[in-house]
Write a protein that binds this ligand. Structure first.
Ligand code: PRP
Length: 188
């Protein structure tokens, strides 16, 4: 049994944008900043957006030094791949209510911004005690909606990225680094 999977870079990968060490160092920094900002709060609720955020959320939550719960939400866009109209559908809601809780939304990537905009509007309407967002990757060139990002890992160019939770057709999520796919793979 291979104790260290994913050491071979898949053929579909064009180049590694963020290696494992760079990601882990940035997650350390984000966790330290979040822990400092929430030091006077009894309890934070991290809400991971499935599926892409599951690895980032797992690493981030284990580094936080403030008490926190973890919850999840799953969304789907109606028209992913086509020219986006920004319609987002809720597939699975959080298990616990968010009213009066300190909510931190954890996303892997903000592209057009439609998903995060939907989430922020949805959670604001539920009257949390506070609401912030933590996003690992942002593609500013692709933005169609202005969205509030309180904690950001990295800005990246407009290329299809996989690894560290991000996929192409549900593949490559468990790569320990973030890589750009070859354009011929996704037709970009
Ligand atoms: C990705 C990502 C965000 C969204 C960002 O999810 O995880 O939720 O797209 O795009 P936007 O800013 O243009 O709205 P995806 O639909 O790929 O689902 P997945 O996380 O389950 O892979």
């Amino acid at each position: 049994m291979n104790a260290r999977p994913n050491t071979q870079v898949p053929d579909a990968v064009d180049r590694i944008l963020l290696d494992e060490e760079t990601i882990q160092r940035r997650v350390d920094e984000l966790a330290a900043q979040i822990s400092a900002d929430y030091r006077d709060v009894d309890q934070v609720t991290l809400i991971g957006v499935l599926k892409g955020a599951f690895i980032f959320l797992a690493d981030l939550s284990r580094r936080l030094t403030v008490p926190h719960h973890v919850d999840f939400i799953a969304l789907s866009s109606y028209d992913r791949g086509a020219v986006s109209t920004g319609a987002v559908r809720l597939i699975m809601d959080t298990r616990a209510p968010v009213a009066d809780q300190h909510i931190l939304i954890v996303e892997d990537i903000v592209d057009t911004g439609y998903t995060l905009d939907y989430l922020v509007r949805t959670f604001r309407a539920r009257r949390p005690a506070s609401l912030r967002t933590c996003v690992l990757l942002s593609k500013p060139e692709r933005r169609r909606m202005e969205v509030p990002i309180d904690y950001l890992g990295f800005e990246i160019p407009d290329v299809w990225v996989v690894g560290y939770g991000l996929d192409y057709a549900d593949m490559y999520r468990t790569l320990p680094y973030i890589a750009a796919l070859k354009r011929e793979v996704y037709g970009g």
